[in-house]
Write a protein that binds this ligand. Structure first.
Ligand SMILES: *Cc1c(COP(=O)(O)O)cnc(C)c1O
Length: 425
């Protein structure tokens, strides 16, 4: 660990939560240099939905490398890219009647968000973007302006412009429809709210505390956008690619977003890749107006194409939902067994967790989990949520083992609290 402490910037983050040197990973497990095994309930923050080094995704990549397949191509045409576009069209877009065009924005999630808000501004000639409390959309300046977290915003070192924040579903309590306020501001000439270019929303806030937007709220949000000709952007970077049980997180609500941002698990392998989906009338960049050297990661196209095969029928969806039900059951039981947790089960699909009512305790549970061989992260503005996010392909035995470690870690953290000790040795 010394090499990292001595030479790597202070900004390093996950290494502090998981202080060991990892050497190998397969499926839902990782091993460190000492050969210690860890179950992965973190899944690369959602970038490893298909697990680590999945054979059916990585073997075609190994073949491609051996055949001297193109690695880097900017946005030139390659066979690997053509195969991905064709597969995405046939397996994902066409069956869902989505006419969207594919824009390759650069390899990270924040690149997809930046391209989406640029397009929305150009297409409408308006500049402000509506975003929500506790949103997370990435760390470059445009995306950071849309992000809620105060500490991350302070890291900008400059003014963050162009965003206007509205309360997310549930922000003011269960009995208040927060969209009443947004709708009113658009209809009232005295509101001081200019007509925005776009609304950007996560249907389930991954970093912001696993807050779920209800179907009714999402549908009303879409109706408000339609009425005022505001572009609706769904940031499905974390909640998409099957994480919530369907390929897109907005499918159960039946939304028809104008723009969809994808990244994290779109490559299927952990290789960097991002994708912005645009309704054809919004395809308004001139050639090269949004550019970038790494918009053609062909290794990622090869693995992304393989990952699409999981979506050819509904067997994978069914398996995700069965595992999600198991997770819900375990979390509800855990919360019921430990009233001092003051826990509330949150999220949906394989993106669930426990909102812990005791300050600092969620982080302590994750520390104990790590000590017991389980990688888990917290979520939320005050790191108040313990987040369960295994690879979607996790076998039942791994899921059960991980959930039982979580139960032990929870009991251990509560036990420490009772005896007045906060920190894990
Ligand atoms: C991770 C994430 C991003 C940013 O993706 P990066 O690849 O880290 O830039 C944006 N939006 C959401 C919802 C995310 O979870």
């Amino acid at each position: 660990m010394k090499i990292f402490e001595q030479h790597e910037s202070n900004v390093r983050s996950y290494i502090r939560d998981f202080p060991t040197v990892f050497a190998k990973a397969k499926g839902y497990r990782l091993w460190d240099e000492q050969g210690r095994e860890y179950i992965d309930f973190f899944a690369g923050a959602g970038a490893l939905n298909y697990g680590h080094n999945p054979d059916r995704i990585m073997e075609p990549l190994v073949d491609y490398i051996r055949r001297d397949g193109i690695v880097h191509s900017l946005d030139m045409a390659t066979s690997a890219k053509a195969a991905f576009i064709e597969g995405f069209q046939d397996i994902i877009l066409a069956p869902r009647d989505m006419p969207h065009k594919l824009l390759f924005p650069g390899p990270t999630g924040t690149n997809a968000v930046e391209s989406a808000i640029k397009i929305a501004r150009i297409a409408t000639g308006r500049s402000s973007i509506i975003c929500f409390t506790n949103a997370f959309h990435g760390m470059t300046l445009g995306s950071l302006a849309l992000t809620g977290n105060a500490k991350k915003r302070e890291g900008a070192g400059t003014r963050l412009d162009g965003a206007l924040r509205m309360p997310f579903d549930g922000y003011l309590g269960a009995n208040i429809d927060t969209l009443d306020y947004f709708a009113r501001t658009l209809e009232d000439n005295g509101s001081g709210v200019d007509l925005p270019a776009a609304v950007i929303v996560e249907t389930l806030q991954g970093e912001g505390g696993l807050n779920v937007a209800s179907t009714a709220w999402l549908q009303r949000l879409e109706a408000i956008c339609r009425k005022h000709e505001i572009i609706l952007i769904v940031d499905d970077i974390q909640a998409g690619c099957g994480r919530t049980g369907t390929f897109f997180s907005f499918e159960p609500a039946g939304l028809d977003p104008d723009i969809v941002c994808l990244s994290k698990s779109i490559s299927g392998s952990g290789l960097p890749m991002a994708l912005t989906l645009l309704k054809p009338h919004l395809d308004c960049f001139c050639p090269g107006q949004h550019n970038g050297t790494f918009r053609g990661n062909n290794y990622a196209f090869v693995t992304a194409t393989e990952a699409l095969r999981y979506w050819k029928d509904n067997a994978f969806e069914k398996s995700i939902n069965a595992k999600a039900a198991k997770v819900t059951g375990c979390l509800v039981e855990l919360v019921d067994r430990h009233p001092p947790l003051q826990g509330i089960v949150a999220g949906r699909g394989l993106m669930q967790g426990i909102k812990v009512g005791v300050e600092g305790l969620a982080g302590e549970i994750c520390q104990h989990a790590f000590r017991l061989g389980l990688l888990m992260e917290t979520s939320g503005a005050d790191s108040e949520v313990v987040k369960v996010m295994p690879p979607l392909v996790i076998e039942d035995v791994g899921l059960e083992k991980g959930l039982s470690i979580l139960a032990k870690a929870t009991a251990a953290a509560l036990g420490r609290r009772r005896s007045g000790v906060r920190h894990v040795a």
